[in-house]
Design a binder for this molecule. Structure first.
Ligand code: SF4
Length: 469
């Protein structure tokens, strides 16, 4: 992928004071509102536990529920396609769009389609994909990358958004009004006028889904703007690309997440728009519905007994908003559509740890545990981070060979008491000439900000021999 490792990518972001101010303001505002919304519920802990158990049970019997979902979607007039990886999913979607004869599609915000690079693939095939979620529109017009799960343009402030609209809207469709200011109302109106034209023209819509209910084959999208509902209802053909872990067995299970997701993400009691659809309905909504079920590394994650809990994620983004590392580094440094703590455990499981960026992600954390505390499905992110660090170290990733050699040498010495005593004496006797900083680029930087421990003039075991009662 050619992405730099997390520390390299984060360095630039950490030095960008505007970005840090935007992130700090946004994450602190959302996290405070979330805390108030969660505190309103007496049974929050029980809901959290219920969400965790439902997801774990569903993941344990994922094959059963997916087959049940497929049968229900098919019975309701939809068509189900299975995609093992990104390439297969992109091929399926492209063929479906081609079959309609259209060269344009409108999209509701979908992380799964970003994960597989669908827009880029469609563009290469001569099909234009228009993002309709406001934040995604800002990202697309600005030729940018999303940096937050819920608020993909969180790194932009209003003045930057005004400039992007004024400069770029015209080349994508209806231009921004003359003299556009950076007030939220004017920016929203400019986006509304620009997008309305696309909604009314589009014959094909592409979506993801927050949940899929196996018992009836119903898909669910929760959103705040109503743009999603336009995408889901106006086009003649609807194609939904959804990760296989998004299935829940029943409506009763869904009820739990419809309480925890809005409070954890936008700090609302319920979402302004909750759209649900089951196959197709005569004279109402799209006349053709295709569901593309995406694996793309999910069954590999499922096979890992510790790591599989990442598949419980309902993409609320609460963990991002409390993470001290995300707040400083921003979302782009994670090199994936999934930033923040969940990205640090999900991406290396979906993509593997062979690239520099993916091997560095499990280290993009202070292990403070704030992410686990707020997660509405109780994913123990620190536990998975440590587990993945072990995997990276086992694979002998860059930077770990030296560490492994040092630990091997330490075990050899610690296994031999006489050698250990001799080493301790030598270290104490030469302590005046010990360097204050460690050698080597990484170790030197580490010791720039830390004091190395002072060695005593006499090793403890010698002192003990003389002073023991
Ligand atoms: S890991 Fe938990 S807190 Fe983070 S996005 Fe997923 S569900 Fe939300």
């Amino acid at each position: 992928m050619g992405m730099p490792s997390f520390p390299e990518a984060a360095r630039e972001a950490v030095g960008d004071t505007t970005l840090r101010a935007n992130l700090r303001h946004a994450t602190h505002t959302i996290r405070d509102k979330r805390a108030r919304a969660v505190a309103e519920l007496d049974d929050w802990a029980a809901l959290r536990e219920a969400g965790k158990r439902i997801k774990d049970d569903t993941l344990r019997h994922l094959d059963t529920y997916l087959v049940r979902l497929e049968a229900a979607v098919t019975a309701a007039g939809g068509t189900v396609h299975w995609a093992a990886d990104a390439a297969e999913a992109n091929r399926i979607v492209t063929a479906l769009v081609r079959a309609t004869g259209e060269t344009e599609v409108v999209k509701v915000k979908s992380m799964a389609t970003q994960e597989i690079g669908l827009n880029e693939h469609l563009e290469a095939e001569g099909i234009a994909a228009y993002e309709t979620d406001l934040a995604e529109l800002i990202v697309q017009l600005g030729e940018d990358r999303p940096s937050h799960i819920l608020v993909p343009a969180i790194h932009r402030n209003r003045a930057e958004i005004r400039d992007i609209f004024a400069e770029k809207m015209g080349s994508w469709g209806r231009p921004a009004p003359d003299g556009l200011s950076d007030t939220p109302a004017e920016l929203a109106e400019a986006a509304r006028l620009h997008l309305r034209e696309k909604f009314l023209r589009a014959k094909v819509g592409i979506s993801g889904a927050n949940f899929m209910v196996a018992e009836t084959g119903t898909l669910v999208v929760v959103e705040s703007e109503g743009n999603g509902r336009m995408c889901l209802t106006l086009p003649e053909t609807l194609i939904s690309v959804v990760g296989i872990e998004k299935v829940v067995p029943s409506w009763r299970d869904l009820e739990v997440f419809l309480q925890t997701l809005p409070r954890s993400s936008t700090a609302e009691r319920m979402n302004p728009y909750t759209s649900m659809w089951t196959g197709t309905t005569d004279e109402d909504g799209p006349s053709a519905f295709h569901l593309v079920l995406l694996d793309n590394g999910r069954t590999d994650a499922l096979a890992d007994e510790v790591g599989r809990q990442a598949l419980r994620c309902i993409r609320c983004s609460a963990c991002l908003n409390v993470c001290p590392v995300y707040e400083r580094a921003g979302g782009h440094a994670y090199g994936s559509v999934y930033p923040g703590p969940i990205g640090a455990i999900l991406t290396p499981q979906l993509r593997g740890t062979s690239s520099e960026i993916d091997a560095s992600l499990p280290y993009a954390s202070s292990l403070c545990g704030a992410c686990y505390e707020v997660c509405p499905v109780a994913i123990d992110i620190p536990e998975v981070l440590v587990h993945l660090r072990e995997r990276v170290a086992e694979e002998g990733g860059k930077g770990h060979r030296l560490e492994k050699a040092a630990i091997k040498a330490a075990s050899w010495v610690l296994d031999r008491p006489n050698t250990l005593a001799a080493v301790e004496r030598l270290a104490s006797a030469t302590r005046k000439v010990h360097p204050k900083r460690l050698p080597g680029p990484g170790a030197r930087q580490w010791s720039d900000h830390r004091d190395l421990p002072e060695l005593p003039a006499e090793p403890f075991r010698d002192w003990w021999r003389k002073n023991r009662p």
